[in-house]
Structures are given as C-alpha cells and as structure tokens.
Design a protein around this ligand. Structure first.
Ligand code: MF3
Ligand code: CO
Ligand code: CO
Length: 270
C-alpha cells in the first residue's frame, strides 16, 4: 500500500488512520516536544532567535530526524519563532531578545515519515503581568479545546470551547490561521479553526490526527503579513500568544502526541 494513502478518507476528506499508526505519531510528537523542552535554557535577554533556531536544527539532525519546515514552501528554518506582537511564522533573525519579550517557538519534525508539530511560549527576563494573563488564557484555551476531542463531538465543539473561554477573558481568537490535519503529511484536511458553534462541522472519529493551535491576541483579532511573506503580526500591535499540540482521536477520547516529557509545556514562572 502507498504509505501516504493508508487508512481511509471520510466524506469530508479527513484521513482515518489505523490504531497502530499512533505509535509513529507519538515518536514524532515526542521528539518535537523534547526539542521544545530543551529550548527553555536558550531563551534569555540578549539571545537571538537565529541562535535558538540553530540549536533546533542541530538537535533535529542529531536525532536522525528531518525538519518539516526547511524547504516547506520556500521556508528556510527548522522553527518559527514569534516574538510579542508576531502572531505566527516569525522568521529566526539576529535581533536580540529584550527583557519581558514573550516568545513562541514552533517546531515540526518528521520521524519515520510521521509529523510531530508543537509550539509553546517562553519569556526572556521578567514576564510582564499582562503577558502572563495572555499566556495563561491561551494555554488554558488549548487544553479546553483538547478536552472537547472525543468521538461524536464535532470540530465546531473544539472551536467553540476555545473561543468562548478566550472571549470571556476579553481577548480575541485569531481567525486568519488555523490548526490542520497531519500524519504522513504536514497540512491536510480539515482546517481546525479556533472559533465556532457547538455541533457544527465534521464529526470526530477515532483515527483522526490533527493539531489544535490557538493564537490569542490581547487586542483585536486582525492580522497582517509582512513584506517577507511569512511574518504575521497583529494589526493593532497588541501582544499575541500561541500553544500547539498534535493530537489523535481515540475510541474513548484523545491522545496528545506532543506532551512535554519534562512537564514544561506550560511555562513555569519564577
Ligand atoms: N508549524 C506551523 C504549523 O503549526 C507551520 C509552519 S510552516 C513554516 O502549522 F513554513 F512557516 F515553517
Ligand atoms: Co501546526
Ligand atoms: Co506548528
């Protein structure tokens, strides 16, 4: 069987993988999470995001894995590193981190053909109170979205859980970017949007693999992409945060492939 065509497709074009395929997703997800665990000590005042990306590139190589982002649509780095009002797809650069900067690092690796995609937040120096609230709400919104993952629920249930929580804290959910199916490919159906109405959208079935990766802004939801064609920023320059897990629907609920082996997915503050 062609390895990219395993399982079957639902009427919505969503691939249903075999229960045994979760082992491959777990191996890929674990490596991506371990890489993020190791980044905690590399985020500090005066550090450049290019230096962080270099460590990630070397770690992926040393693990005998492949970066999914190098060469993806012309992207040239092993990570996206998004600072402060950068919403996502920040390009590693020689600009130094400042005290109080909040930083999302997003890594996707390929292990034996399986994709593991995860991101989380870090801080350089002392975390400002407003940023702390934003990071907390964003993290918790992802976990609430994951709690909605079980057979019979819908993608709208996931989006609704995230949106309702974020908006109850008077923050906004980015609509211009979404989560995605993944497995033997990086980006596959469905678009996993982080807003929605309960009971709408495709029904979740065991064997679906996808990411949930809410981006939350302190200000308005609108984004714009800079002239480099990658960097997405908040239009109003407000702070933005994001967390991402790769998950699978199981017979009884959900399996998170990208859990932090060190238990540091949620940043711990001094
Ligand atoms: N990892 C990102 C995601 O969550 C995609 C990055 S694509 C890149 O889907 F080319 F910008 F790296
Ligand atoms: Co993703
Ligand atoms: Co990602």
């Amino acid at each position: 069987m062609n390895t990219e065509n395993r399982g079957r497709l639902t009427k919505d074009g969503i691939r249903i993988y075999d229960p045994s395929d979760s082992a491959g997703m777990l191996a890929a997800g674990k490596l991506a999470a371990q890489i993020l665990d190791a980044m905690s000590e590399h985020v500090f005042v005066g550090q450049t995001t290019a230096a962080i990306d270099k460590v990630i590139t070397d770690t992926v190589d040393a693990a005998g894995a492949k970066s999914a982002t190098i060469g993806y649509k012309g992207y040239q780095h092993a990570s996206c590193i998004s600072v402060n009002h950068v919403v996502c797809h920040g390009i590693p650069s020689d600009k130094k981190l400042n005290d109080g900067d909040i930083v999302n690092i997003d890594v996707t690796v390929i292990v034996d053909g399986w994709f593991g995609d995860t991101s989380r937040m870090y801080v350089a120096g002392k975390l400002p109170r407003k940023a702390e609230r934003l990071i907390q709400v964003t993290h918790d919104s992802l976990m609430l979205g994951i709690e909605a993952v079980k057979p019979g629920n819908t993608f709208g249930d996931i989006g609704h859980a995230i949106q309702a929580y974020v908006e109850s804290h008077r923050m906004s959910v980015v609509r211009d970017f979404c989560g995605h199916g993944l497995g033997r490919v990086f980006h596959a159906p469905p678009n996993v949007v982080h807003y929605g109405r309960p009971g709408t959208g495709a029904v979740l079935e065991p064997g679906m693999f996808f990411t949930i990766e809410p981006m939350v802004n302190l200000g308005r939801a609108e984004t714009k992409t800079l002239a480099d064609d990658w960097t997405a920023v908040t239009r109003d320059k407000s702070l933005s945060a994001q967390f991402e897990h790769s998950v699978g629907v199981t017979e009884t609920g959900v399996e998170i492939f990208t859990l932090s082996p060190a238990g540091t997915f949620h940043p711990t503050y001094g």
